[in-house]
Design a protein around this ligand. Structure first.
Ligand code: SF4
Length: 702
């Protein structure tokens, strides 16, 4: 550790979308201790187990320290020249669509911005997609259709001001622990009621008033039934609908056809009529309701429509734009929102724009772009299929591990193995995806890099460096900038600091961007380096007059062209994959104390103590029927692949389903990689988000 004067640095946790503020205290001998930032609006001093153990992870173990080509150490100049040359060659031979970037919600907004600018404005293709595709893409579509923009309308304070919080497909207790702590504190103080809608009996259920253990994937039907029930009971807000929303009649007609009465809803959702009726009654009777949704909704072949089914009930009843009200998407990653702001998804441009001719023109003029992409690029599943087919010749993977996390991970591995050029920039040397890299670029990690992130309630906060980078690691924005210069775009990529990139991002957000959209952080476009360094957390968007917006749509004006919310007709569909006799539905997700593929959390012994190995949760009846004993090994077989895991027999698991954590990789055990078990056939047709929650699987004793 370096020595120097003792100091404290405010930064932001790198894990989940709560985006907690962290204060790092660096002692004179370089030792680091961490605590929650009492002034940060997201956490007010709290940290969860993962955030509390961050100091354990500040070790050099496993780091990628130097650029490499084909496993051989090279200089940065050689590495950057090689990346630029290989990408330029592929473009010259096969056109701009023959190259791609696959990036990550772990990147900072500034990193995302330059990667997006290089691909969409200067290479001239939109083949940059992000692992947010696996996380939030369905919410993006739902938000754009309902609000006219991909915006979360409320703030965390709404959790504390609500009288009823409905958690749909969200294990908030494990996946957003500090937000859950805030909710439970509010419940203790004011008796907030909590309803959990989830096939599993998660840790949230112990603190809930009601648990609807519905059939996996039947959420859209449940909310269609609620919409019809609310209208039938006279709970529609006619004034709000008349003044601020369109589409109520069509949405209601679809809901009534889909869910004519509670008996039908209960039967199709696998619930008792009385519990559906009780939930509907409670929703109808409570003025302040927040509906929280996460991966159980998004990671579905009907994720986008389910989001709109949820939005519909809030529009119908005018429960939006007021304290303690609204639909609320909790994002998985620390910067899922920041990436979306700068166009990290293949079907978005920067500043939340899409690919209309006017939007392409506007961004192109701002960037002075020589080759603006005119159409959306390949979404993640299609992108890796294109690599497998050989139509994409060169791919650059930044800060993510698709060889584990993508569905049909075996196909992703085959694709990368056959790709002409695979570049991986990462902090860690030995990742499953890194093993396919021709060129590896060492990236700085949390504690070493500088920039901004945007959390689930649109609070922008700074990640600040408080340690030197390991080895020759450099910031992601710097790496992309250097490659862009070598590809001939030096003038457009002059950046020497993250602050310069932030200013440009802010200026683009404000560029010709007034009226109803008003995604405007133009007042921030002038921040100098010192002001950027000192930026306190602030809600986005930032209005030109300096007035931040912590809650949107309070004035009833939405981001649609005509300023009105849009209800959407939704028809619930059956699961996309047939369930063979004797098969169980495989669900997957996070554990409390691990993060993604464990490259960081796996370094902390105390975090690994919570669940030292991947266990398959099985309902007692399903275990008995298959001769599976608690603690024994099971072989899990799907049409995509096979895995082994230790069995945990638990009544918390819904009958007919099993659950496997997503974190383990070949680095830990090659026997249990969830991505190898789930195919990539079932994706949401609107968002391209894969259905990761409902894969038919045969489970047998091993
Ligand atoms: Fe980090 Fe999320 Fe835990 Fe907060 S709740 S400390 S952001 S992992």
């Amino acid at each position: 550790p370096a020595s120097g004067p003792e100091r404290e640095v405010r930064t932001t946790c790198p894990y989940c979308g709560v985006g907690c503020g962290v204060i790092a205290r660096v002692a004179a001998d370089g030792a680091v201790s961490l605590r929650g930032d009492g002034d940060h609006p997201a956490n007010r001093g709290r940290l969860c187990s993962k955030g509390s153990a961050l100091a354990d992870t500040l070790v050099p173990d496993g780091r990628l320290l130097h650029p490499e080509i084909d496993g051989r150490r090279i200089s940065w100049d050689e590495a950057l020249d090689a990346v630029a040359r290989r990408f330029s060659d592929a473009i010259a031979r096969h056109g701009p669509d023959s190259v791609a970037f696959y990036v990550s919600g772990q990147l900072l907004t500034e990193d995302y911005y330059v990667a997006n600018k290089l691909m969409k404005g200067f290479i001239g293709a939109a083949n940059i997609d992000t692992n947010s595709r696996l996380c939030m893409a369905s919410s993006v579509v739902g938000h754009k259709r309902g609000f006219g923009a991909d915006a979360v309308p409320g703030s965390y304070e709404d959790f504390e001001q609500a009288d009823l919080v409905v958690l749909v497909g969200s294990n908030l207790a494990w996946c957003h622990p500090v937000l859950n702590q805030r909710l439970l504190a509010a419940r203790a103080a004011r008796g907030t009621r909590i309803v959990v809608i989830d096939p599993r009996r998660t840790d949230c259920v112990g603190n809930a008033d009601r648990h609807l253990a519905l059939k996996a994937g039947s959420d859209a039907l449940l909310f269609n039934g609620l919409l019809a029930h609310l209208a039938a009971g006279g709970h529609a807000d006619a004034g709000f609908l008349a003044a601020h929303a369109d589409g109520a009649e069509a949405a209601l007609a679809a809901a009534r056809a889909d869910a004519p009465d509670i008996a039908v809803v209960a039967r199709r959702c696998g619930l008792a009529e009385a519990e559906v009726a009780a939930f509907y009654g409670e929703f109808a009777a409570t003025g302040r309701v927040v509906t929280v949704y996460s991966q159980g909704v998004n990671q579905s072949s009907q994720g986008s429509d389910t989001v709109n089914a949820i939005l519909n009930v809030h529009f119908l009843t005018g429960r939006i734009g007021r304290p303690g009200c609204g639909p609320f998407s909790v994002t998985g990653q620390p910067n899922a929102m920041g990436g979306r702001e700068v166009g990290g998804l293949a079907n978005q441009l920067a500043a939340h724009m899409g690919f209309t001719a006017a939007e392409v023109d506007r961004v192109g003029r701002f960037w002075k772009a020589p080759r603006m992409a005119a159409k959306p690029g390949l979404k993640a599943v299609d992108l890796f299929r294109a690599i497998e087919r050989g139509t994409v010749k060169a791919v650059w993977i930044m800060a993510t591990n698709p060889a584990v996390s993508m569905p049909d991970a075996s196909r992703v591995r085959r694709a990368l193995a056959g790709c002409e050029t695979v570049v991986v920039s990462d902090c860690i040397r030995d990742t499953d995806s890194g093993r396919f890299a021709h060129i590896r670029l060492p990236a700085r990690g949390w504690s070493e890099k500088d920039g901004t992130v945007t959390n689930s309630d649109r609070t922008v906060s700074r990640q600040r460096a408080f340690r030197a980078g390991e080895g020759e690691a450099r910031a992601d924005w710097w790496i992309v900038t250097q490659v862009a210069r070598r590809m001939g775009f030096a003038e457009a990529f002059p950046y020497e600091s993250a602050a310069e990139i932030f200013r440009e991002h802010a200026a683009l957000s404000a560029f010709e961007n007034g009226g109803a959209r008003a995604f405007d952080i133009g007042a921030l476009a002038a921040v100098d380096a010192a002001a950027y360094d000192g930026l306190a957390p602030f809600p986005w968007p930032w209005r030109a007059g300096g007035q931040a917006q912590q809650r949107l749509y309070g004035d009833g004006r939405f981001h649609t062209g005509h300023g009105r919310a849009q209800l959407l007709p939704v028809t619930a569909t059956e699961p996309p994959r047939s369930l063979p006799d004797g098969a169980l539905l495989l669900n997957s997700g996070r554990l409390r104390d691990q993060w993604h593929t464990m490259t960081r959390t796996g370094l902390s012994p105390r975090l690994s103590a919570h669940a030292p190995e991947p266990c398959l949760d099985v309902h007692p009846a399903d275990a008995a029927a298959r001769g599976l004993g608690d603690g024994g090994l099971a072989r899990i077989t799907t049409t995509a692949g096979e895995a082994l895991a230790r069995v945990r027999v638990t009544a918390a698991q819904g009958e007919g389903t099993v659950f496997l954590p997503m974190h383990w990789t070949d680095r830990f055990t090659g026997a249990c990689v969830v991505g190898r078990l789930v195919d990539d056939e079932a994706v949401d047709p609107h968002s391209g988000q894969p259905d990761l929650k409902r894969m038919p699987a045969t489970v047998q004793p091993y």
